[in-house]
Design a protein. Structure first.
Length: 194
């Protein structure tokens, strides 16, 4: 797998760039749009924790590459997504830590982001497999991952702590390099249909 670097990716009015301190005000506003930190099954930071969230994401490089998701025209921060659990020896990475301002959920943004990240992972970085994971009670995320065409690999029982200190099971999904061409065509079709 190629070195990740700090790419900027853009398509369909959405731009992904490496998350940095100058995105803090925009990311704070995105989290406040819907008070997303109140959802117990996500990793959205509380507004006063956004600076630390960004610092930690930057500090985790190269094991995690966090992106700010921006409206390409205005530069407004819509949310964030990351490559994480990167294992170059296996040509494997995961996509996660994904969340968007409530006003951008169920729009073209998630499909566009996933198309950008998956295309870059498979066609530039040379990934053999891209994984996804989500909380057993995050039914919206499970449905969104399945709509991408990812396959459920299994459930890791008693796998991680939630922000409220309860223990979650983790649903693990993946897309392989061989599945990518059909999934790419499907995502492009979805975006053309609006």
């Amino acid at each position: 797998m190629e070195d990740l670097g700090l790419p900027t990716l853009e398509l369909n009015g959405v731009r992904l760039e490496a998350l940095a301190p100058h995105h803090a005000a925009g990311l704070r506003a995105a989290a406040e749009d819907g008070e997303l930190w109140r959802l117990r099954v996500t990793s959205v930071p509380e507004p006063e924790q956004v600076d630390q969230y960004i610092f930690k994401a930057v500090e985790m490089r190269p094991q995690r590459l966090a992106f700010a998701v921006l409206d390409a025209a205005s530069g407004a921060v819509l949310g964030t997504s990351s490559y994480h659990d990167i294992v170059p020896a296996l040509d494997r990475l995961e996509i996660g830590y994904t969340w968007y301002a409530r006003s951008w959920q169920r729009s073209h943004v998630n499909t566009t982001c996933k198309l950008l990240l998956l295309t870059h992972a498979f066609e530039t970085l040379g990934s053999a497999v891209v994984g996804f994971r989500t909380d057993n009670f995050n039914f919206a995320s499970q449905a969104a991952i399945a709509r991408l065409g990812a396959k459920l690999d299994g459930v890791l029982r008693h796998h991680g702590l939630r922000r409220d200190d309860t223990v979650r099971d983790t649903h693990m999904y993946s897309i392989t390099r061989g599945e990518w061409p059909e999934i790419k065509a499907h995502l492009q079709y979805k975006l053309r249909r609006g």
